[in-house]
Design a protein around this ligand. Structure first.
Ligand code: FAD
Length: 391
């Protein structure tokens, strides 16, 4: 069967692209090997889908080419997606930091995109295994599948990244890129909890479940959010954010008193009989965390027992507590994959491969990785729309 466009991957980006192309009057076939549509939308945002971030800008994304995502984000903005959500009567709210969530379940977003595809007359086939993709003699594409051979003049690859393989993630998109001569940048799990060496993990085991507000820093990433201690290491929004900037061997710096000047705070209390742990609890620290952390840095004593040098050392520890993760929890726990199809090989205006006419890559499979907080879906919508307008 012949179509104008075949889209492989019925996730966030693929659905947006198929709907856009279909509504332009293109005949579109949307293929996916999974039984259920858009599983990642379903499980996203704790089941409520953090579907965009009103502050999405190019500098909220990691990529070998930091400016690549600018054009797509300008062509289809967070407000454009919000307008679609409003047109479908879906309730939403801002949780924090520009993050928009559905009032009800993420299913509403999936149903909305499905409805938009129906409006565009998109032919969708789930549970379809893609066996091979080849250039046709006429310059188009031939896709051999478990449901037969399909041909098209444009082919859009929207197969996502490697995270959560248990719900259908595969390296298909990267392999197809390489088949057509496009480079793929190094891949790694991102927005992922970090793990400690066993001996460090043991020290923090009693803290599992404790959450503290910090400024976390790794490489060029710096985020003010909560860190959550777990049995294996650290998680929580601050850690997920910096994990995208963290590389093996790198230290993680945590500022545990991001609002204040720890040295003056300690000096003001230099004559106090109070235990340092109690004083820190008054700042909002959990007593459990204060005791464990002070034991760890060897300073679990009274404020007046600190000499000037120890005060300086403790202040330094409070502002620059250094922990050395030994790894991440990997793709099973990562929200996204960092790296992907090289942006050098694609047009930022259309998402089409520069040297493979008619072949497009969109969404997470591309080397564009957003921060935590709705940025990754916005990239999926923007890149999907742009390819949908040009395929
Ligand atoms: P996907 O949505 O992953 O879609 C890829 C599709 O391709 C899937 O349907 C898959 O079945 C199909 N596919 C894969 N391989 C093949 C193959 N070989 N043959 C056929 N089909 C194939 N981002 C946010 O912005 N906000 C959030 O709240 C949020 N929460 C998240 C929560 C979790 C637990 C996870 C894992 C991710 C979350 N993300 C969130 C990230 C977001 O889900 C992804 O960035 C986004 O889904 C990427 O869209 P995509 O269309 O590129 O890929």
């Amino acid at each position: 069967m012949q179509f104008d466009v075949i889209v492989i991957g019925a996730g966030a980006a693929g659905l947006m692209c198929a709907a856009t192309a279909g509504q332009r009057g293109r005949s579109v076939l949307l293929l996916d090997h999974a039984a259920k549509l858009a599983e990642k939308i379903r499980i996203s945002g704790g089941g409520r889908c953090n579907f965009t971030n009103v502050n999405a800008r190019f500098d909220c994304y990691l990529s070998a080419n930091a400016h690549f995502c600018r054009s797509a984000l300008a062509q289809y903005t967070p407000q454009d997606f919000v307008s679609m959500v409003e047109r479908h009567g879906i309730g939403y709210h801002e949780k924090k930091l520009g993050q928009l969530f559905c009032d009800e379940g993420s299913e509403r977003i999936i149903a909305m995109l499905d409805e938009e595809c129906r409006k565009g007359g998109v032919d969708r086939r789930m549970e379809t295994t893609i066996m091979s993709v080849a250039r046709a003699a006429d310059g188009g594409f031939e896709v051999d599948t478990s449901r037969g051979r399909f041909s098209s003049s444009s082919l859009v690859v929207a197969t996502g990244g490697l995270s959560i393989p248990q719900i259908g993630a595969t390296p298909f998109g990267y392999q197809l890129a390489e088949q057509f001569g496009l480079a793929v940048t190094p891949l790694s799990p991102a927005l992922v909890p970090l793990t400690f060496h066993v001996e460090d993990a043991e020290i923090f085991t009693p803290l599992a479940g404790v959450s503290v507000e910090v400024e976390a820093k790794a490489g060029k990433g710096k985020f003010r959010e909560n860190v959550l201690f777990t049995h294996k290491g650290v998680s929580g929004p601050a850690i997920l954010q910096v994990s995208s900037y963290w590389q093996p061997g790198m230290e993680l710096l945590l500022d545990l008193m991001p609002d204040g000047d720890a040295e003056s705070w300690l000096e003001e209390r230099a004559d106090s009989e109070q235990l340092i742990a109690n004083a820190l609890s008054e700042l909002g620290w959990s007593r459990r965390f204060a005791d464990a952390w002070l034991d760890r840095v060897g300073m679990n004593k009274r404020l007046k027992d600190l000499g000037p040098k120890q005060r300086r050392q403790l202040a330094e520890q409070l502002h620059r507590w250094c922990v050395k993760p030994n790894g991440t929890q990997g793709y099973k726990k990562a929200e996204v994959t960092r790296g992907g199809v090289s942006t050098q090989a694609l047009s930022s205006k259309t998402l089409m491969a520069n040297d493979a006419p008619g072949l497009f890559f969109i969404g997470e499979v591309v080397d564009v990785t957003g921060w935590l907080g709705g940025y990754n879906f916005q990239w999926a919508w923007s890149s999907g729309f742009v390819a949908g307008m040009n395929c």
